[in-house]
Design a protein around this ligand. Structure first.
Ligand SMILES: Cc1cc2nc3c(=O)[nH]c(=O)nc-3n(C[C@H](O)[C@H](O)[C@H](O)COP(=O)(O)OP(=O)(O)OC[C@H]3O[C@@H](n4cnc5c(N)ncnc54)[C@H](O)[C@@H]3O)c2cc1C
Length: 405
């Protein structure tokens, strides 16, 4: 095929981690892309906090982001490299402590964990004219000539050559497309929370727990994963130096905590659990951990209720290609996985990098859309399956699951 620019127009549904990363990759190659996000702004989503970034995820982010955004990513990344995981029982008796191999070693510009909201802001940098907030996708419609129209709940629509489903686990695009999709509820219910690091340390958190991924196995089926996020540079300060004018939130170092329990050991029906306020969830954690070692209490006592919310863990297995055509899947919409492997977002940005390369080749007239999308889906289903299986095996190692690989 020749080298004539085709003028491809890409519509992305969902401005989460994967959708925004794709838009960055396409924009670097002047491909016409618009992202439609249901949230009213970049602020205010209960998305979770710290994200571990794998070597593959870091590479994909670097592939898609312009240089200045990469500098911001490095400047705001986690400063204390993960020194493996230490597991304890609830009285802090050591259980096991595996170490992780990381090919990046202690490279000074390594990005091994980030704050999720800060990452989303970096992924939005320079995309002001490409991201439309407050646009809830309702349905699509195939048009003659191979184009596709996306409709939104305010009655408006847009037309493009490709529609990318980056709308997460409950993907509406996927629902309309139909076909087989094996999404299972793992039966695990989690409470996500955030505790300011200074408060936890002042309350007596011992040195040994401060710097690593701590996993605590409670006797009653209640488990805690606790991870530190220490900014290399506070995001607002980093932006003032590297990208003046870019808005960041006022965020301080913190611990992210994830309490997980199988629903049979929760003692609450789902309706009741998911209706709980942040304060009620914090109180539930305090009650269930009252007998735990006092050194852990700072994290529970100072957890921020407004940053505490419930989540159900789900997984897609097998990961299946979608019908080849102009509706293309990306991220959790096609491969949900439990957070135990720390690779869901990494896999979404890996998709973004691969799909961006594929769509650039189509735009440049080097490949047909059908060929490019089929090749992308074949590679994606392979590495995403590995990621889902690995995440399930880790979850299964410590928890009872309703669905196992
Ligand atoms: C507790 C927890 C910890 C995790 N930790 C890690 C980790 O350390 N490392 C890691 O790699 N992964 C982690 N993950 C997984 C990671 O969060 C997801 O895999 C990742 O966010 C998926 O990205 P995505 O772009 O596919 O979906 P999302 O980031 O969920 O984005 C989907 C977007 O689509 C929008 N949307 C949905 N429906 C519509 C609609 N109808 N119209 C318009 N917009 C819509 C949503 O508002 C959202 O912005 C964790 C998950 C959890 C729950």
């Amino acid at each position: 095929m020749g080298g004539q620019r085709r003028g491809l127009r890409v519509l992305v549904i969902g401005g989460g981690i994967g959708g925004l990363c794709l838009a960055q990759g396409l924009r670097q190659h002047d491909v016409d892309v618009t992202v439609y996000e249901r949230d009213e702004s970049a602020l205010g989503r209960r998305q979770g906090y710290r994200l571990r970034i794998s070597p593959e995820g870091e590479q994909a982010l670097r592939d898609c982001l312009p240089h200045r955004a990469q500098q911001l990513l490095v400047a705001t990344a986690n400063m204390r490299y993960e020194k493996g995981l230490a597991a304890y029982d609830e009285r802090l008796n050591p259980q096991w402590a595996p170490t992780f191999e990381d090919a990046r070693g202690d490279a000074p510009d390594k990005v091994d964990a980030v704050d999720r909201v800060t990452l989303r802001r970096i992924l939005l940098a320079g995309l002001d004219d490409r991201v439309c907030f407050g646009k809830r996708f309702t349905h699509y419609e195939q048009r003659p000539g191979g184009q596709v129209a996306a409709w939104f709940d305010d009655g408006t629509h847009d037309v493009g050559d490709v529609l990318v489903a980056a709308d997460g686990t409950n993907s509406r695009v996927r629902t309309q497309l139909g076909g087989e999709h094996a999404l299972s509820d793992l039966g695990v219910r989690a409470i996500l929370s955030r505790t300011p690091m200074a408060a936890a340390i002042q309350a007596g958190m011992p040195e040994v727990l401060r710097d690593r991924f701590t996993y605590v196995i409670g006797a009653d089926g209640f488990h805690l994963g606790m991870m530190p996020m220490v900014f290399r540079t506070e995001p607002r300060k980093a932006a003032a130096e590297l990208w003046p004018g870019l808005e960041f939130d006022d965020v301080q170092d913190y611990y992210m905590s994830v309490f997980s329990v199988h629903r049979s050991e929760l003692g609450l029906a789902d309706e009741e659990f998911f209706a709980m306020t942040g304060r009620q969830l914090c109180d539930l954690v305090l009650k269930r951990t009252s007998g735990w070692h006092p050194d852990l209490h700072g994290v529970f006592d100072y957890a921020e209720p407004e940053q505490t919310f419930p989540v159900a863990l789900r997984a897609t297995l097998p990961v299946l290609s979608w019908k080849a055509g102009n509706i293309v899947p990306l991220g959790d919409a096609v491969h949900a996985m439990p957070p135990s492997g720390g690779v869901g977002a990494n896999t979404a940005v890996r998709d973004a990098s691969a799909l961006s390369r594929a769509l650039v080749a189509v735009d440049q007239g080097k490949q047909s859309l059908a060929e490019a999308v089929a090749a992308y889906q074949e590679a994606m289903t392979g590495y995403a399956t590995e990621a889902v299986v690995m995440s399930l095996k880790i979850a299964q190692w410590s928890m009872k699951l309703d669905f196992a690989p």
